[in-house]
Design a protein around this ligand. Structure first.
Ligand code: ADP
Length: 381
């Protein structure tokens, strides 16, 4: 690859924006593809091709103007990327991975085929088949997931088996689904792993998701409060997953930690991830730095923390133009970093920004994260 290559990113959301912010350190040019002329990465990308991430011609245009391609979102035109790769285009991660990830059923089958621990499951094409197959299991409670199209919890339906048997119409999906046993878990964890072209790994410590009383993720904290053995196992499983994909790239591996301290893989995102935003301030090198190095074929960076850190998402609840209500208060807290992605409108459940908190003392990080959470409020204008 030439000295100053152009990187093409499919998608121009906040993950692309943060990737570009970091890549500017090495004066690397980035072109993005996004249909939204005002997407978060628009203002800082060297070039913006306005077009759909599912449009083969638009992806071709991006490929023509880039030395290497990657993505920051999963629901893109994978067949086009597979074609381009076959023609010799440099694409990281291997787009064949997306074929597996885009379908929750195929994802589970992949874990099973590679002895990656995951909860028991089956695939069904319709409600009738769900009912029939449930009879062959001893599941009491299940998570039913639409095989394609779900993200951020949309496309996930959790229910007791008895209630499904009594009222099958409560299942909100008509297409193919993956039905898995509900895991009564102690904690939800995530491990971010970077794998380079030579197969070297850089693995971040596990993070833990803290839940509020209403079961919404309240904040993420690093390091997770788990024993050393669990930490070691989570890292080993993350390596097992990245090696099973046999590709360079960034992989965010989400886990359930069961009451018996077993780790089960929930899902994997082959891209920068929300659960590793805190690596920008909390670690010597961020997830974006790792991806940049992988794309440029440079040595992986350190995954050592500088200090404990936490992250609170800023999520919209209403539709309309908006502002962050307590921005001044947030900006006055030491060790608090506010990110506003620059999306024009708020919408229910839309990620509009996040706040990272760092402090040498983990207890203090938790205290500050709770305070930040009360201050994160979106005001519709
Ligand atoms: P998405 O891809 O939309 O984020 P997930 O499959 O991660 O969906 O599910 C969203 C959330 O639902 C998880 O983070 C977890 O809290 C809960 N969940 C999903 N599957 C299960 C399961 N099998 N057992 C327990 N909780 C689950």
């Amino acid at each position: 690859m030439q000295n100053n290559p152009t990187i093409g990113i499919i998608g121009g959301g906040q993950l692309g924006k943060m990737f570009i912010e970091n890549a500017s350190k090495l004066a690397v040019s980035i072109t993005i593809l996004d249909k939204d002329a005002h997407c978060p990465a628009h203002h800082i990308a060297k070039q913006h091709i306005i077009g759909s991430i599912t449009d083969a011609d638009a992806i071709q245009k991006l490929a023509d103007s880039s030395d290497v391609l990657t993505w920051e979102i999963e629901h893109i035109n994978v067949d086009k990327l597979i074609d381009l790769q076959a023609q010799g285009k440099h694409i990281i991660p291997n787009p064949n991975i997306l074929k597996i990830i885009q379908d929750k059923g195929k994802q589970k089958q992949f874990y099973q085929a590679h002895q990656i621990p995951t909860s028991p499951f089956f695939i069904a094409q319709n409600k009738q088949e769900i009912l029939e197959k449930l009879k062959e299991t001893n599941f009491k409670k299940v998570a039913i997931k639409s095989c394609t199209g779900g993200y951020d919890g949309k496309g996930v339906f959790i229910a007791d088996v008895v209630s499904i048997q009594e009222n099958p119409n409560s299942i909100p999906f008509d297409d193919a689904v993956m039905v898995e046993e509900f895991v009564e878990c102690k904690k939800e964890l995530a491990v971010l792993i970077a794998r380079d072209k030579q197969g070297n790994h850089a693995v971040y410590p596990a993070i833990e998701m803290e839940f509020s009383e209403s079961n919404l993720v309240s904040f993420l904290i690093s390091p997770a409060d788990i024993n050393l053995e669990t930490e070691k196992q989570a890292q080993q499983i993350a390596i097992q997953c990245a090696d099973a994909f046999n590709s360079a790239g960034l992989f965010a591996v989400e886990f359930f930690l069961t009451q018996e301290d077993r780790l089960l893989v929930n899902e994997i995102a082959p891209r920068p991830h929300n659960s590793a935003h805190h690596t920008i301030e909390g670690f010597y090198a961020s997830q974006y730095e790792q991806l940049l190095r992988i794309l440029l074929d440079k040595p992986l960076a350190s995954t050592q923390p500088i200090m404990p850190s936490a992250m609170v998402n800023i999520v919209g609840d209403k539709t309309g133009k908006y502002q962050l209500k307590h921005l001044n208060e947030l900006l006055q807290i030491e060790g608090v970093y506010v990110y506003v992605y620059g999306k024009e409108e708020s919408k229910p459940n839309r990620k509009l920004g996040h706040v990272t908190i760092i402090n040498p003392n983990r207890e203090e990080v938790i205290r500050l994260a709770e305070k930040v959470r009360t201050l994160v409020e979106i005001e519709i204008l």
